[in-house]
Ligand binder design. Sequence first.
Ligand code: FES
Length: 104
Amino acid sequence: MKIYVTDPKGKEHELDAVEGWRVMEIIREYGLAIKAECGGACACATCHVYIDKKWLDKIPPKREEEEEMLDEAFEVQENSRLSCQIIFDETLNGLKVTLAKNPT
Ligand code: FES
């Protein structure tokens, strides 16, 4: 199974995805620049990604904690999500996301 991740420079990467892992963990394991400072506790918003519009319906809805963290993130769009809050499973095979830029 795969996910496709576009980095902030616009380059797309094909990543092997593991069922049961958080999308953030898959991206981090591959070595792409994702800070994920809180390690997936929904407390930092540095795992912010934009979901490809074709995939928006297939992603489980946000929980309140995620909504609240996203309120504090930068350059939030309608398709913004925290990638640590999305658990990969086979229904997401082929998912496309773009990494949001983190403020430095
Ligand atoms: S890793 Fe901190 S909110 Fe996702």
